[in-house]
Design a protein around this ligand. Sequence first.
Ligand code: NDP
Length: 280
Amino acid sequence: MTQKTIEFYNGNTIPALGLGTFRVDNSDECKEAVKHAIISGYRHIDTAKVYENEEMVGQGIKEGLAEAGLNREDLFITTKLWMSDYGRESVQAAYEASLQRLGLDYVDLYLIHWPGIDSALIVETWKAMEALYNEGKVKNIGVSNFNVNHLEDLLKATSIKPVINQIECHPYMTQTELRSYLKAQNIVAQSWSPLMNGQILEDEVVKEIANELGKTPAQVIIRWNVDEEIVVIPKSVTPSRIEENLNVFDFELSENQLARLNDLNKDERIGPDPAEFSGQ
Ligand code: NDP
């Protein structure tokens, strides 16, 4: 199975599909999910300090690499800086603590998790992220949950552009305006909660398209991301679903199917609104 990768403006690449790990306890279940994903062919894992599972994600990476006969460089690992660590002084220590929990000596992508409500603090924080990047400690730096205004404030005041923006995105919340801004800036879009925690899999149009293709609703939604050039990180701890979610590279959605999915947009979120979220 040939998977797809997407290129950042800096020339590095990211696998278009990865495993999400939000709301997975720091337990054997987490380790086994990550390990199963790697053995099944995933090359990209997404975690965050605030998920409190970096240790077991790291353990799953270690065991998965050994069992699959792969090297660290074969994987793309993302973690995120939590809001309690924002500010010039705390970023480096927060990054090193994440690495220690993961048992890694670098991650491929470090993200500012939320923009918060203090844009001066974000600029300071980003400058510390730039330092990590310039010192070669992290391969890529990016943001998450940034709206256009957050990005504009950042780009005006800093020198390195984020490579990616990880945002809530699915056919009920297509983020058309934000995605066209990202495209114009050459910043890759990445979707979180792509399956709406399962909710969108019950949609009649999604089910109809799945029937047309002989695929599952989850595969249709994941393929929508791939066809729209959005990096996607569905979460599952169920081995059969982990495999199912990766099995999307042997078909494409037609123009008509893509249009029907895009028509489902109703700007409906399941997560917090970045314009208001302050971490509380
Ligand atoms: P998803 O939209 O990926 O949905 C996960 C849910 O769908 C789980 O309950 C899972 O069940 C179920 N599921 C997975 N695959 C299938 C399938 N094939 N058929 C039916 N049900 C399925 O939710 P998340 O909120 O976890 O988002 C994905 C990832 O995005 C996160 O894990 C995290 O890494 C990232 N994220 C980032 C955020 C940010 O602020 N940057 C915010 C939220 C998420 P089960 O596990 O039981 O199989």
